[in-house]
Write a protein that binds this ligand. Structure first.
Ligand code: ADP
Ligand code: MG
Length: 784
């Protein structure tokens, strides 16, 4: 099955060359259990890596099933590695937070077999190694021997012809080692196993053949195979690699960092953290198709983004790197015998102050992009334009309440109704996490041609029900792999009530367990859910009486109107349900409701056409919302003019409002009056008196007990304490005065009050001006 012909392998190590293998000749048959024995550093791992296609020989030839590998392309190696070889290492390379079953299944993820088939095969492989009853354990709940058996199961799940094991028992005690060897021995009945070990006893007991190696050369072979004979039984490798997850997890960095892999890594350095292990695996095994797929999927999830403005942080990064480098090199110019200083703050602040905001001309770039001969557009899968479009998406909840379908808004409201207060900026501080909570997301537009969504999406998602959006006012719900949506989405869809959000919030805050929704929704219950998008400018409705646009969204009635008026807002309907495709490496949508770019374009156009905005554009000098001229810098109005304007305004008011103005004006005591009251009350005031009398009001205001208040008062000096009491008396006097005036004046007929106001303004022009500026208390002002 395998023939090694005079294989050598040199490693360049600095200036010197390490000859890891010096002309190895070996032949292996279809089913053997060969052990490779030798001291550390003699080339065992190198030999195994070359046999497995993880590393390339320097000279010689590796003949696989009669076919020389001299002319092998990367693709051929991929095919060989992925269909013919399984690897088991000393360290088990299991993914710790996934179950044993998941770990084994992972090796089949991209094999193109169905989920059930994957599961069946993984269960079978685990049963074969005696772990059929441990499927749902995590690796960290297992012994070393069990983990190694999982690793063996993972190597076998693809049904390879050759199993390569590099010191598989190296980390195991002798008893467990025996168990693992038993399993390998069984496996070797149907396959070729080549096992590197440093344990001669195990080799003698279990292996059918022992190859000894020293300094890169074979020094003995207990059962050499006949090359000519073996070549006959070779069958050519013709299978093309299907996309499947490689079995060789966690290979050395050396293997990773070769040639184009390095370029690729560099190019994707940014996203490596994100796609993590999948990418590393694919790189180490060099499955080009898989890389392409990851690349495409990754780019679709983490696209190249151009923003109108960006901060150039390179200076900062460089200077920080400089600081670190200096620290590493220890170029402080001093002995390492005490504690010294270095200047991070200076470098940091000075580079921060040099950090510049750059502005990109996106309009020009778009033009460039959309030119007919644009290379860029031809070569990209999708281009998406983002706008600072403020979409307010409303829905009706289970109780018929109209609400904003936005996670942050829901949470804010829940907090506010629990604790009172305003939490509108509370959730924004979570930055990225906050944007992860976004439920609504624009789907990638098609690059050209038909449909409203990009082909990448239709590849990554299965349509479970309904249809893909065919019109701007159609959206889709995206469920996870288990057909679930989060509670947040449930609320945002209006499938729960706002009271439930508040209740859930209360429970969370109180540290109680939250109740999960134990509800299911039929697909057709979800499809048809409608939302209404109200653009900011649509909040302003025209009032023909005043000629102004009023924001009607503040009141419930206004919201009701906005939500129900057929000619206000844009209705959007859920028309389909999507689920991430099982084979998708990463799925690009982070939101739960996907709308089309057609909706965005529609709204952009609609905004431009809205009456208020159109009028505003036409008359740039007038604030059309208020129907008043914008204030210019040289805007100046004399006091006399102001008085005249106030008078005129008062005249225009209806009777009852004019009366109310009179009452309001009269309700303000003048300062002299207040000063007199305060003086009178403060006379003879002592600390003792305050302590005995004021404690109660303090207690109420601060919501604390008497002892705390006494302490608090005791901590104030006389001046502060007296000032505080004087201020309190003043406030009280003001309130009492106003209450008295309102009570007295309230008894007068509206006409009389309006008349009084009229008089005070218009009796004589001069007097009126004064009155407007400084209203005097009326003659018969009641004493408070
Ligand atoms: P073994 O597995 O028998 O302990 P290896 O095959 O790992 O030995 O290594 C054989 C020799 O090749 C050693 O001298 C080792 O230092 C050298 N070697 C192995 N890999 C590399 C590499 N990537 N670069 C340079 N030298 C290497
Ligand atoms: Mg080794």
């Amino acid at each position: 099955m395998l023939v090694l012909k005079n294989i050598t392998k040199d490693y360049a190590s600095g200036d010197t060359k390490v000859e890891a293998l010096r002309g190895v000749d070996l032949v292996f048959g279809e089913s053997e259990f060969a052990a490779v024995l030798g001291p550390s550093g003699c080339g065992k791992t190198t030999l195994l890596n070359i046999i497995g296609g993880l590393d390339r020989y320097t000279s010689g030839d590796l003949v696989i099933r009669g076919k020389s590998t001299k002319q092998f392309t990367e693709r051929d190696w991929d095919t060989y590695r992925n269909h013919s070889v399984g690897f088991v290492f000393q360290s088990y390379n299991l993914i710790p937070h996934q179950t044993v079953l998941a770990n084994v299944e992972l090796a089949l993820t991209l094999s193109g077999v169905s989920r059930e088939e994957r599961r069946r095969r993984a269960v079978q492989a685990l049963t074969d190694v005696g772990l059929g009853d441990q499927l749902n354990k995590k690796p960290n709940q297992m012994s070393g021997g069990q983990m190694q058996r999982v690793a063996i199961a993972r190597a076998l799940v693809n049904d390879p012809d050759i199993l390569l094991a590099d010191e598989p028992t190296g980390a195991l005690d002798s008893e467990t080692s025996v168990q693992v060897m038993e399993i390998l021995k069984q496996i070797s009945e149907k396959r070729l196993i080549i096992m590197v070990t440093h344990n001669p006893e195990l080799a003698e007991t279990y292996a059918t053949r022992i190859v000894r190696i020293r300094d890169g050369e074979i020094i003995s072979d207990s059962d050499p195979c006949d090359a000519a004979e073996d070549a006959e039984i070779g069958k050519p490798i013709g299978r093309k690699p299907s996309m499947r997850f490689p079995t060789a997890l966690g290979l050395s960095l050396n293997n990773l960092m070769t040639k184009k892999v390095r370029t690729f890594l560099t190019a994707f350095a940014g996203s490596i953290g994100i796609i993590g292990i999948a990418l590393i695996l694919s790189l180490s095994n060099g499955i080009q198709i898989y890389i392409d797929r990851v690349q495409e999927d990754t780019l679709s999830s983490y696209p190249i983004t151009l923003e109108a403005e960006r901060l150039d942080m390179s200076g900062l990064v460089t200077s920080l790197m400089g600081v670190n480098a200096r620290m590493d090199e220890g170029e402080g110019g001093h002995e390492l015998d005490a504690v010294y200083s270095n200047t991070i703050m200076y470098d940091l602040i000075s580079s921060l102050s040099q950090t510049e905001t750059q502005t990109n001309d996106l309009a020009a770039f778009r033009e460039f992009l959309e030119r007919e001969d644009s290379e860029l557009l031809l070569r990209s899968s999708a281009v998406q334009y983002g706008y600072a479009l403020d979409m307010n998406i409303y829905a009706k909840d289970a109780d018929g309440t109209i609400f904003l379908s936005d996670v942050a808004d829901l949470l804010q409201n829940a907090m506010a109704s629990l604790y009172g207060g305003d939490y509108s900026s509370y959730f924004e501080q979570f930055g990225g996490a906050y944007s992860m909570m976004q439920v609504w997301e624009e789907m990638l537009p098609p690059q050209s041609g038909d449909g409203l969504v990009n082909g990448l999406l239709t590849e990554q998602y299965d349509l479970l029900y309904g249809h893909w959006p065919e019109n701007y006012d159609e959206a889709v719900l995206i469920v996870n792999k288990d057909n679930e949506i989060s509670d947040l989405v449930i609320y945002c869809m209006g499938l729960g009530s706002q009271d439930q959000v508040t209740e859930a919030m209360r429970r969370i805050m109180a540290g109680e367990e939250t109740e999960a929704f134990d509800k299911r929704w039929a697909y057709d219950e979800i499809c048809g859910t409608t939302f209404k998008i109200i653009l900011p400018a649509e909040y302003y409705q025209y009032d023909s009486l005043s000629g102004r646009y009023n924001d009607v969204s503040a009141t419930e009635a206004g919201m009701d109107f906005l939500y129900n008026a057929p000619d206000v807002g844009t209705a959007v309907k859920i028309v389909g349900i999507l689920r991430p495709n099982e084979d998708a490496v990463s799925s690009m949508m982070t939101g739960a409701i996907g709308y089309t770019s057609a909706l965005t374009s529609y709204l952009v156009e609609k905004t431009a056409g809205l009456e208020a905005l159109r009028k505003q554009k036409e008359s740039p000098d007038t604030d059309v919302l208020l129907n008043l001229p914008f204030l210019t810098e040289d805007y100046f109005v004399s006091d006399g003019q102001k008085r005249a304007d106030v008078t005129e305004h008062l005249r225009s008011l209806p009777l009852s409002e004019r009366a109310a103005v009179y009452v309001a004006l009269q309700s303000r005591p003048d300062e002299d009056y207040l000063d007199a009251i305060v003086d009178q009350q403060m006379e003879g005031m002592t600390r003792e008196l305050i302590e005995s009398q004021v404690t109660d009001s303090y207690m109420q205001q601060m919501g604390v007990d008497a002892a705390t208040v006494k302490n608090y008062i005791a901590g104030m000096d006389d001046e502060t304490l007296f000032a505080y009491v004087a201020e309190a008396i003043r406030e009280q006097a003001t309130e009492q005065y106003a209450a008295g005036v309102q009570q007295q004046l309230g008894a007068l007929p509206t006409e009389t009050l309006a008349g009084l106001l009229e008089d005070s303004f218009t009796a004589e022009p001069e007097a009126a001006e004064e009155a407007a500026a400084e209203p005097e208390p009326a003659a018969e002002t009641p004493a408070p």
